[in-house]
Design a protein around this ligand. Sequence first.
Ligand code: ARG
Length: 573
Amino acid sequence: MSTSVYSRYRAAFAQAIAQVLGVPAPDIESQVKPAEPAHGDLSFATFSLAKAQKKAPPAIAAELARAVTVPGLEVKSVGPYVNARFNALPFTSEVIDSIRQAGLAYGSDKDAGTGKTVVIDYSSPNIAKPIGFHHIRTTFLGHCIANLYRALGWRVEGINYLGDWGKQFGLVAVGFQEYGDPARMDDMSHLVQVYVKANQRAESDPAFDEKARDFFRRMEAGDAEATKLWNQFRETSVRGFKQVYARMGIEFEHIEGESRYQGKMDAVIEQIARKPGVKDSQGALIVDMPYADNEPPVLLKKNDGSTLYATRDLAAAEDRYERFHFEKSLYVVAQDQALHFRQVFRTLKEMDQPWADRCVHVPFGRIHGMSTRKGQVVEINQVLDEAHERVLERVKQNMAEGLLKTDDPDGLSEQIGLGAVVFGDLKHKRASDYTFDWDEVVSPEGHTGPYLQYAHARAVTVLRKGGGAPATYDAALLTLPEEQALLRELMRLPEVVKDAAEQYEPSLVARLLLDVAAAYSRYYTLGNQDREKRILVEGNEPMRAARLALTDAVRVTLAAGLTLLGIPTPENM
Ligand code: ARG
């Protein structure tokens, strides 16, 4: 059982208070909060007790503080609060040792999710269509959320639900005859170019548009020739996407798509017809349920008989439940689709699916201004290429100046470039829009991926210079305020992982890592003014060993956290 140091103390503190008050411990535990740093580490407010006890909160707090004793905690009242501070020992060694023992699994709690399954629909780009900013965000967010749930011991079924069915194939197929180069049938970006041209053409040329629709109708009818061509386009795209995912270290449990539900749609429509019912609306078929004023109805079939995005999502939701019996089914999809998911989930509820409430839309805001030197974003690959190039310029410059030695500047730039782009996204709160700024994102300073990767590499370097991480050390020597402050950041990862998973909010992990790096940097730079405070202090072996052990805990925490975010951790940069 991997309970964190913090949660163990919180539980013990709550238990002691509960015992004095004669109430159940969980009631108190939920009221124990982190204290104001000046007043300690844990805090319990007594306001809620005032009425029953008919006493003023400060008097209650003072009385409780006298009665409560917990090994390892110094308990004091401050006004209406009962505060507790971790005694430097054993706290210091508990934090360092638990981190070093866990290694890259630090922050994980493999027992937390035992027996539970989460389905995560993420990335889900559209085949043969240009990729949008939202595909970039869902890819990074979904990957991290999958990592968080895995760290908490859940079975994760990540699904890349490709947009591989729809009129766009008609456009590409019909467009290919005019704009396509048969020799480039297996080039994903060529297909996208053809799509863009065909799409423009269809807007001004109704006959062309009708041909495209007709092609899609043939696909839906199972026409062999149309299906074959569609398959070819699909394979080209999937091959292209797979390269990008490999580059990002992402593996999906399932790569499937909307086309999976071809032929299964009538069954879902029949089921909906039984409850809540379907009806005709201007020749189209819609779900018969109450709608708000101005709310567009849920369309199941168009007047030409072709099915829709919502129809396929309804079929997919059922299919996922049948396959995985999920505890949660997440859809990491842009905020723009909020109405779509509200309606799909509401339909499932109206159908009396008992698991309808387990479906969650995890929405996110927009990225503004993401374009590359080559123009507007078309593919994730181009964004990663540009990050790579920009970082490589700096790596080469650092090498020329003798600041960096590496045999693989290219591989290193790839890792840093990826870290830059991923962190540049994940540090933002999921729901907020942000503006993408190349100079900021790849900078080695500030709130960036390269800054964190650099902090990690610096810890590795300190350890190397110090002769490696010590097996034993004396925790009692770590008395500097900066050391104690650093421990309090390191300690937080397990709690933050839980909160981030619960709230589907990778930015919480991102922010903690920035706090860890900042606390380490304040500690590290102390030595510039005072030689005695150097990590690799001379002539004091025991002190050096203790500081190296702390540095090792920093290294592990940064590596574990970055890995959860999906960011590589080069050791030398
Ligand atoms: N392919 C869709 C798009 O690019 C996203 C699919 C999201 N997942 C889902 N089950 N609808 O907009």
